[in-house]
Design a binder for this molecule. Structure first.
Ligand SMILES: Cc1ncc(COP(=O)(O)O)c(C=O)c1O
Length: 471
């Protein structure tokens, strides 16, 4: 049928399967091509993004037009973070089974808030919770919930900690808010991630009103520098970290857990990526005492390589999440198994657990361990190669993070510029001890030792260009 008139909205959906198939085919073409692409888009692809600057159509348009635009203009401008050569921030890739499961979950479009709304989501949640608790070695009563990322997982855990601690001195934060609430003594390491402080701010404990514990040269909290607090000063919330974002360093969890237990406090750990070291017995010394924490925040979109967004909260104090997040409404059914909406800040929610389940079901215990080992070995290989070529490795490479300086801050900036202009691999900057350093994070399941060799070669070639660059 040809007509000059725009289609009516109902006519757009005459063949809904064709629309979805087109999108699925497009997604597959993208996934197939990504390994052959550079790790970053070309300048032309970025310039073409202005093609999205259109007026909102006054009437209906074909859904095929929207899809065509995503393929022609959107896809070329993506970062190659699902390939093997992207080492920026701490951004994971996506296992094929995670991508496939996410497509299925999107088709299901379940509201995972309550078992009655989605029995299958509730069942898979229950299984995923028990697998994670078992795999990582948390106590059996641990509550596990899903949200958007490590930031919101931190916020969820900290909200539960706040309410529990205030409750120990007879104060009900949920009922009364923080007006007149008891002062909670919040202890954080000087190397805490910025989003941990953001989460503290979000739950009303303050980004700045914290007692900061000095760190060692790797950014790990010094157990010998913990403050001299007595319970009389107010309940204690200690926030530790598994995996410093530059160095991958781990705080001394056993010492912290002892310190907190003596003071009847709450130990929270931000383990956004580092928590996954629990799955690798050869790294047991790094995570010693981590599962003694009252709460741990992590995510699955970094190292477990599921697609965004997927945060996970572990709270070992049974009932604490429910105390903070339960909602009451006349239309809600009586308690019926583990109800996600009564344990998380969100009500309606995507069944994020399905992707995590699919990855765990596919990798098994040994596969998760291999995922950690492979990334750590690749990080060590890159560090060794570029150190031999003249870079300084600023951290002890204990995990998947490599912190690099080439001569000085300025030359390091030139190196990062050269790597980013080359586009075969992608690494970004950070500040370390007041000067620019380069961060390499190996978080993609696709990065093998061959890719690590290749990345090191590109970095070494870029070192030559960085020193030739006119200043
Ligand atoms: C240690 C740490 N905590 C928290 C976060 C925030 O994670 P998300 O972006 O998933 O909220 C990150 C991100 O890199 C991190 O490395």
């Amino acid at each position: 049928m040809t007509t000059d008139k725009p289609p009516t909205t109902s006519a757009l959906w005459d063949d809904p399967v064709a629309v979805v198939r087109l999108g699925a085919d497009q997604a597959l073409r993208y996934a197939e091509a990504i390994d052959q692409r550079e790790a970053a888009p070309t300048a032309q692809a970025l310039a073409a993004l202005t093609q999205f600057d259109e007026r909102l159509p006054t009437g209906a348009t074909s859904p095929l037009e929207a899809l065509a635009k995503l393929e022609a203009v959107g896809a070329p401008a993506t970062m190659g973070s699902t390939g093997p050569n992207y080492f920026g921030f701490v951004n994971g890739a996506t296992y094929p089974v995670a991508l496939a499961a996410s497509m299925v979950v999107n088709a299901w479009d379940q509201n995972a808030a309550l078992p009655v709304m989605s029995p299958v989501s509730a069942k898979i949640l229950e299984v995923t919770q028990s697998w994670l608790v078992d795999l990582l070695g948390f106590p059996p009563q641990t509550d596990v919930t899903f949200g958007t990322g490590a930031t919101m997982a931190n916020a969820s855990c900290l909200a539960a900690a706040r309410d529990h601690l205030a409750g120990t001195v007879g104060y009900d934060v949920q009922a009364l808010g923080l007006y007149g609430a008891p002062q909670i003594q919040v202890v954080v390491g000087a190397g805490a991630h910025s989003t941990l402080r953001k989460s503290l701010g979000l739950v009303g404990l303050g980004r700045e009103r914290v007692i900061e514990v000095p760190c060692d040269d790797q950014g790990a909290m010094r157990a010998d520098a913990l403050p001299d607090l007595s319970a009389a000063d107010g309940p204690i919330l200690a926030c530790a970290q598994a995996g410093e974002v530059n160095t991958g360093a781990f705080d001394p969890f056993d010492a912290l857990a002892d310190w907190v237990t003596e003071r009847n406090g709450w130990l929270h750990v931000d383990g956004a990526f580092g928590m996954w070291a629990l799955a690798d017995p050869s790294r047991a010394d790094l995570v010693q005492g981590l599962t003694r924490a009252d709460s741990v925040a992590t995510d699955a979109h970094k190292w477990l390589n599921v697609s965004y967004d997927s945060g996970i909260s572990f709270v070992t104090r049974a009932g604490a999440l429910r105390r903070t997040f339960a909602a009451v409404a006349a239309y809600l059914p009586p308690e019926d198994g583990f109800e996600a909406m009564h344990h998380t800040p969100q009500s309606s929610q995507r069944a994020r657990q399905v992707e995590v389940w699919a990855v765990l079901r596919t990798l098994g215990r040994s596969g998760v361990q291999e995922m950690v080992t492979q990334a750590c070995d690749a990080a060590q290989l890159i560090a060794d190669r570029i150190e031999q070529a003249g870079c300084t490795i600023l951290n002890d490479v204990v995990l998947n993070q490599v912190l690099v300086r080439y001569r000085d801050g300025e030359t390091t900036e030139a190196l990062i510029d050269a790597i980013q202009a080359d586009r075969r691999v992608w690494c970004g900057p950070t500040q370390w001890r007041g000067e620019t350093a380069m961060r390499i994070s190996v978080s993609s399941w696709k990065t093998t030792l061959e890719h690590a060799e290749h990345a090191a070669e590109v970095i070494v070639e870029s070192m030559a260009r960085a020193t030739q660059r006119p200043r």
